[in-house]
Design a binder for this molecule. Structure first.
Ligand code: SAM
Ligand code: SF4
Ligand code: F3S
Length: 436
């Protein structure tokens, strides 16, 4: 009987949150989690399909597992999440040695699928559900300081480049009461930070309770006074003034907004089906900055989308110079079969050129992040310590409420402490300091 399970999680925070749900489901059935792949009877890969290289990583990992299976007969391998949902049964042919496949809405079936796999019966389930939110399952949390609460699943937008609507299905929200119950439990157990998750949190809606995301965030902040509240991701077309006012009004809602823009060119934004122009994005940024002094704004950018000219690329660079994002996640465009762009728009920027444009974007953002962080030198900031720093047990790593990473001298503090830190130096990615 398969007993010890190792889950390896790829992709976004949604997948990390799903792994905690799956862990709880399996533990309920008597499975034991192990942090060691070597000791596991069952390895589950919770996967991401957002870019081609994310899929390649999974195929590479499966290739590596093939060798393991030879030396450890009886080892089971399951692939779950966005990659199998995207490729469906075809996935069995993409790599050897897969015992079962499960999409993101089918995790309640996992214990049965694993039991079948143990008997040599290969299973696959890619069903979408219009209402599955895994409500009622208490996640097996992987941390004790910060926790995720998914408030919605799926996405109803149709950004031309994106697989997520195909892998995660239609939007659905968790009832606000169940979110508040989770928040209450986490606050009572001493968690210091809660992040509300959704692909587009602004479209959260509990119709029965007439509760939208603004109200949800407000209620969560009140229910967990003293706990830092974060949320991700907001969509620029949907983020509202009322939401921004709630962030400004509540001390414990972090002053950091992640607002993916993808491109600075209105022509590209239209082709991407993002639903807003360059100017409208600037207006949203101005609205956010005037309402929340000191707020940090981060973004996602894609270089080399279909038909992107040098002029469009320059528009992205000039937008970055105007907005001066605090940090950014930057990618080059990767065609995803089945999406609108793959079907209708030519992938006509050569790969070398996509990479060159991406390098330019990364270099510019590096210098902007560097300047923004340098401006913090000499300031005293409040840091929630998360862990020992990678380099030394004498240093702790944590974040400011504005989501800046700070590494500081330990001076007897522990992970979970809120520490006032005086910043003495900086790099583009990190502030370095000492308790004030
Ligand atoms: N829901 C969020 C949003 O609306 O921005 C995040 C979606 S996705 C999981 C995270 C980021 O991956 C996107 O913002 C985009 O920058 C990037 N991305 C998505 N599809 C991509 C593709 N085909 N090629 C390159 N980057 C992509
Ligand atoms: Fe993808 Fe757009 Fe939905 Fe974000 S909002 S998950 S980029 S389709
Ligand atoms: Fe990847 Fe799926 Fe998240 S495609 S980014 S793991 S929703």
């Amino acid at each position: 009987m398969t007993k010890k399970v190792y889950i390896r999680t790829f992709g976004c925070q949604m997948n990390q949150a799903d792994t905690e749900i799956i862990t709880a489901l399996l533990q309920d059935e008597g499975y034991v989690m192990t942090g060691s792949e070597e000791r596991a009877d069952l390895v589950i890969l919770n996967t991401c399909a957002v870019r081609e290289n994310a899929v390649e990583k999974i195929l590479h990992t499966l290739d590596h597992m093939k060798g393991k299976r030879r030396s450890r007969p009886g080892l089971l391998v399951g692939v779950i999440g966005c990659v199998p949902q995207y490729y469906r049964e075809k996935m069995f042919g993409m790599a050897d040695g897969i015992d079962f496949l499960a999409g993101p809405d089918t995790y309640r079936q996992l214990p049965a699928m694993i039991a079948n796999a143990g008997q040599g019966i290969r299973g696959a389930d890619f069903g979408f559900s219009s209402d599955e939110t895994y409500c009622g399952i208490e996640p097996a949390r992987s941390g004790t300081i910060s926790a995720f609460i998914p408030v919605m699943r799926g996405c109803n937008n149709r950004c031309a480049f994106c697989v997520v609507p195909f892998t995660r299905g239609k939007e659905r929200s968790r009832p606000f009461r169940s979110v508040l119950e989770d928040v209450g439990r986490l606050a009572a157990s001493g968690y210091k930070e809660i992040t509300l998750l959704g692909q587009n949190v602004n479209s959260y809606s509990d119709d029965e309770a007439a509760c939208d995301f603004t109200e949800l965030l407000d209620r969560v902040a009140v229910a967990a006074e003293g706990v830092r509240i974060r949320f991700t991701t907001s969509h620029p077309k949907d983020i509202s003034e009322s939401l921004v006012r709630v962030i400004a009004a509540r001390n414990n809602i972090c002053n950091a907004i992640h607002l993916p823009v993808q491109s600075g060119s209105t022509r590209m934004l239209k082709l991407m089906n993002r639903g807003h122009t360059r100017e409208e994005y600037f207006e949203k940024i101005a609205m956010i900055r005037s309402a929340i002094p000191g707020v940090t704004v981060s973004t996602d950018l894609i270089a080399g989308f279909c038909g992107e000219t040098l002029e469009d690329h320059q528009a992205t660079l000039s937008m970055m110079e105007d907005v001066r994002f605090d940090f950014a996640y930057m990618f080059y465009y990767s065609v995803r079969p089945g999406t609108y762009a793959a079907k209708h728009l030519p992938d006509d920027v050569p790969e070398e050129e996509k990479k060159r444009r991406l390098e330019e974007i990364i270099a510019l953002q590096g210098s902007i992040s560097g300047e923004r962080n340098a401006a913090e030198v000499g300031a005293v900031v409040e840091v929630l310590a998360e862990s020992e720093s990678k380099r030394s047990s004498e240093m702790l790593m944590g974040r400011t409420d504005t989501n800046r990473v700070v590494v500081f001298d330990r001076h007897g503090f522990e992970a979970g402490d809120l520490v006032k830190v005086r910043i003495r130096s900086s790099t583009p990615a990190t502030l370095i300091g000492t308790p004030a």
